[in-house]
Design a protein around this ligand. Sequence first.
Ligand code: R1P
Ligand code: URA
Length: 328
Amino acid sequence: MKIEENGVFSSHYKEGKDSDGTCVETQRNVYRDTNAVPRNFDSTTLHLGLKEGQIASRILSVGCPGRAALIAKALDKSSPIFSHTSPRGFTTYTGTFERTRVSIIAIGMGMPMMDFLVREARQLVSKPLLITRFGTCGALCPDVAVGSVVVASPGSVSVMRNPDAFLPLPTSSGTSADEINPIATGGAPHVRPPYLVFAPQLADPILTQALLGELKEQLGSEHVRRGMNVSACSFYSSQGRRDVFFDDRNEDLLDMLRERHPSLASMEMESFQLLALARASRGSVRAAAASIVVANRPTGDVCDEARLAYLERTGGEAMVRALVRFED
Ligand code: R1P
Ligand code: URA
């Protein structure tokens, strides 16, 4: 099958001719203005694959497309449901819940994907945005049970692997990583921590309260708690997972994080970016986040499949209800 015949890719690829006249499939040229959000020929944004009217001002973001599909089953059946998967892997369901428009969007993994969501959504919707995230996480202390939900409150810090720390030490000839990038060292020569920890970004307190209320109502208050979240740049190195194939120097990382932030409860990969962008949005985006605990790092406990499926569906519906009932 030609790429352009596959619905997912048709906005991105078209049939063209090579210099020798051979038929080739080429990516459409979408970069007309190098500063603007790139749009496909059908005016959908390059990454989300959506245009105005296809996304609501109330957005629940999740990582996995399966979770988005499961939660979208709760949307009102009486109204049309728009669904689309973009060539860059964003899956959107836009419909109504209790007659209020809402989008459920699977973004995949990592902070750059959250960045695409928030910035392209901001371009597409004229009203103020409410964006929440319902993800999965690892718990960082023994008393945060697998199969429970942690609401990121007051917010999230972030941890990033610092590649400069893994460069060779300064030499007598004068060339050193510190000279190449003094910002990463805070200007202090030879101090190159392997992991950089960024200060807390706060969730919207009122939206957070709304999430807590609905989650507790649906799941039982003993299964829902507040806690500081940490978003990592990797599932592996910056989450303290050790791997003989890589020099990661992360043996003490989780202890160091807990020492710096004693209220740390959850670790995942996107919430920090959401909260940081909401803060940078000049008041036009309000955001909050919650995560299902699938693994407890200190105890080694893991959540069973049935409980996870229940939490994705019932917790996800509670997250949607909190969004649509929120008075902004
Ligand atoms: C890693 O397996 C992924 O799971 C978590 C992390 O944040 C990362 O995206 O969230 P999701 O289940 O929402 O993807
Ligand atoms: N998601 C993460 O990012 N980390 C975990 O440990 C579990 C889920």
